[in-house]
Design a protein around this ligand. Structure first.
Ligand code: MOS
Length: 739
């Protein structure tokens, strides 16, 4: 890196001004002439068929343009396969408005389109819907006995080595426990919405709230039988997703369906309540049996995870494998099962799989620490694994020891007295707990374009999205650094399916994937520049190879000091006013290493002795995630994720009314999330971690690691404060009082 490098600097967001001034428009804020407004009507029952929808009263309302149902909708693809998308789990994806079959409460069954949104909403209330109701089952606990290992995906999560049952039977120290987690919903600030723009030129353009414009473009092409170039999906800005926008959601399908039928622009927005009919983080039951030597060394580790899914798909992510990446153990038995319920499929929610599995793993490790009378941090160090035992591979880098050390020191862990209820302060019980975090550092194939102008401007473009983590800034910073131009000269373009193709933004893989593509595109521009410069008569760069040149301050300099040339001079010599290159980057499939980001989280809670009110007063989270390109923006990712972890530990819970088979806490009054008063001191430490193997930038991604382990650290702190184990999230006041 050059001295002028902007990578690693705490640069503010390049889109910050647009975001805070309202200049950044969301999908439902694009006003186009002749826009019609759609309001969705959703099912009141969980299972059955639509017998009849009488729309006469709705159609009679002045200003109503049309009502679409399964009975009168335009042609859509019949095969479930056509509704698959990049993120779809195994099974038969839901087909919105396709037929009379009801598979879940809140399922969209009609779209009322009117001249004004209020008219559409009012007319929607006048639809007379008759159902042929069938008995539904939404009770997870009741269906537990029906849990099954899903073919393919589910089987791949099963893992055995050694003889876990035998080792457990003979172990001097044992932990044998069950944990539970409630269903959670994402609740991003921006509501789901789509504005389908009818241009009458045979092409449809849609602004949609999505984490994947390319994924949505392909989905629409498949569902409506269009060529991919007949559809364009745009998402220049997004007000949060947390995974809820990874798959195409039905507001997109319905807006396009109506626009094509009416040959008119149509906007569809969902209400907050309707958003509870989209995906969710699956509730789960986790059983762990851990056997250890008297000194805490692991002898056996068994973990069974039961999650929930719909009747039509088998959604699950990696829940149980994580203990094998963190802790050395010869005898292991891991399993993931699913229970089918009459509700929509779950979907990814920040750190899907890891956030759930690591809650139970890290609480169980805390229980083991008490059972063995070993300090919880010491227990992690005793069992520290230098190999990924699932794949039997070493890590490309793993500075987790440094995370433990630095976070413990910052937190003051050595001053902790281990005995529960031993650290009172006035009327408050004080508790200190800790946990580990881990997340896979993934990379997917992606493309990017770099365009260098003779005036020193640089445009970086890729069809990724920026759901909030600062992707615009990341793209601009990488471009500025690699090309050697000031950040102000760089424009980043994203959120447009017409741009060089990129995967959905998710999985913490965007910087590794798109960043690597940007690096490749900039490299291609550099090679052209050097070639042009060397064409000039008497060029001081003659004979120099690309690796012998430093690109900085808009100039190419021989590293040996043998001369230099400006970009502008090179382009003049080549008689061009711009150099444009597109390039792709793919992960190294032949890597012999396992790639993971790690963390150590320490939490302090204060709990009122009489009222059992829990406050998370301090969190220190030390992260090892390779090279940190921007500590300010990356730090904000961790802060936000820790707040998500506080919500998971104490607040977030979607409750079901089983008589109706319906989520009932479907608003922000009944679904609790942490607010400012719930958030106190959170400190983020980025541990130095050099990784030259993982990708050219040495980055791992930080979008999700901050939530993994946070709920466990808080739950463990609550035990330390009170001596009570509440093995069910969220840990609410009533549960703590009853324990
Ligand atoms: Mo993230 S749950 O991959 O948006």
């Amino acid at each position: 890196m050059t001295a002028a490098s902007i990578l690693g600097k705490p640069t503010s967001r390049v889109d910050g001004r647009a975001k805070v001034t309202g200049g950044a428009k969301y999908a439902a804020e694009y006003n186009v002439p002749g826009l019609a407004h759609g309001f969705v009507v959703t099912s009141a029952i969980a299972k059955g068929r639509i017998a009849q929808i009488d729309m006469a009263d709705a159609l009679a309302v002045d200003g109503v343009i049309a009502v679409f149902t399964h009975a009168n909708r335009p042609k859509m693809a019949a095969s479930h396969d056509k509704y698959n998308d990049d993120i779809a789990p195994g099974g038969k994806p839901f087909r919105p408005l396709y037929d009379d079959r009801i598979c879940f409460s809140f399922q969209p069954i009609a779209l009322v389109v009117a001249e004004e949104p209020e008219i559409a909403r009012f007319a929607a209330s006048l639809l007379h819907i008759e159902y042929k109701q069938e008995p539904h089952e939404t009770d997870f606990e009741k269906q537990r006995g029906e849990a099954f290992v899903a073919k393919g995906d589910g089987e791949s999560h099963s893992h055995k080595r050694g003889t876990a049952a035998k080792a457990f039977a003979g172990a001097p120290v044992k932990v044998d426990i069950e944990y539970r987690m409630a269903v959670e919903h994402h609740n991003p600030m921006e509501m789901f919405g789509a504005t389908a723009v009818w241009e009458g030129n045979g092409r449809i353009t849609v602004y949609d709230k999505t984490q994947g414009p390319v994924n949505c473009r392909n989905y629409l092409a498949n569902v409506f039988g269009l060529e991919p170039d007949e559809v364009r999906v745009l998402v220049p800005y997004m007000g949060g997703g947390f995974g809820s926008g990874l798959r195409p959601q039905y507001e997109l399908t319905l807006a396009v369906l109506a626009a094509r039928a009416l040959k008119r622009s149509v906007r569809v927005t969902l209400t907050r309540q309707q958003m509870f009919g989209l995906g969710y983080r699956a509730g789960n039951i986790q059983s762990l049996k851990i056997g250890a030597e008297q000194d805490g060394r692991l002898l056996s580790f068994s973990h069974e995870f039961i999650g929930m899914t719909s009747q039509f798909e088998a959604f699950q992510r990696t829940n149980v494998a994580w203990s094998s990446q963190l802790y050395k153990c010869a005898n292991v038995d891991l399993k993931q099962k699913l229970v089918r319920l009459d509700q929509n499929s779950p979907c990814d929610m920040r750190a899907p799989g890891g956030a759930e599995g690591m809650y139970a793993i890290e609480c169980a490790m805390d229980e083991l620490a008490y059972a063995a009378n070993v300090d919880p941090l010491e227990l992690r160090l005793i069992n520290y694994s230098d190999r990924d035992q699932m794949e039997d591979k070493p890590y490309s880098s793993k500075e987790l020891r440094a995370c433990y050390r630095q976070a413990a020191e910052r937190f003051g862990w050595s001053r902790r007295t281990p005995q529960p209820r031993s650290m009172k302060d006035g009327n408050d019980l004080v508790g200190w707990g800790m946990a580990s975090g881990i997340w896979e550092a993934m990379q997917l194939e992606a493309s990017a374009r770099a365009v260098l102008g003779a005036n020193g401007s640089l445009e970086i473009a890729s069809a990724t999205a920026d759901i909030g983590p600062g992707t615009y800034t990341m793209m601009a910073q990488i471009g500025a650094d690699l090309m050697g131009v000031p950040l102000e000269n760089v424009t980043a373009k994203l959120g447009d399916s017409d741009l060089p193709q990129a995967p959905v933004e998710g999985g913490s893989f965007t910087t590794a994937s798109v960043g690597s593509a940007i690096a490749a595109a900039c490299r291609a521009v550099q090679k052209d520049l050097l070639r042009l410069a060397q064409k000039a008569a008497g060029s001081p760069l003659k004979g120099a190879k690309i690796d012998e040149i430093e690109f900085a301050d808009g100039r190419m300099r021989r590293k040996d000091g043998g001369g230099e040339a400006s970009f502008a001079d090179a382009m003049r010599a080549g008689k061009v006013d711009r150099i444009e290159k597109e390039a792709s980057a793919a992960p190294n499939e032949k890597s012999k290493y396992a790639h993971y980001a790690h963390s150590a989280i320490f939490a302090e809670v204060r709990i009122d002795q009489e009222l059992a009110v829990i406050r998370v007063t301090r969190v220190v989270n030390a992260i090892a995630a390779g090279r940190i390109l921007n500590p300010k923006i990356a730090g904000s990712q961790i802060l936000g994720a820790v707040v998500g972890g506080i919500g998971m530990a104490l607040h977030e819970e979607t409750l079901t009314d089983h008589r109706l088979g319906r989520f009932m806490t479907h608003n922000l009054a009944d679904y609790h999330v942490p607010v400012n008063a719930d958030v106190h001191g959170i400190e983020v430490i980025f541990v130095d971690e050099q990784d030259d193997e993982i990708n050219p930038l040495g980055v791992k991604g930080v979008g999700e690691i901050g939530i993994v382990g946070t709920a466990a650290a808080i739950a463990n702190a609550i035990y330390h404060a009170t001596g009570k184990r509440v093995r069910e999230l969220p840990i609410t006041i009533d549960k703590l009082m009853r324990a």
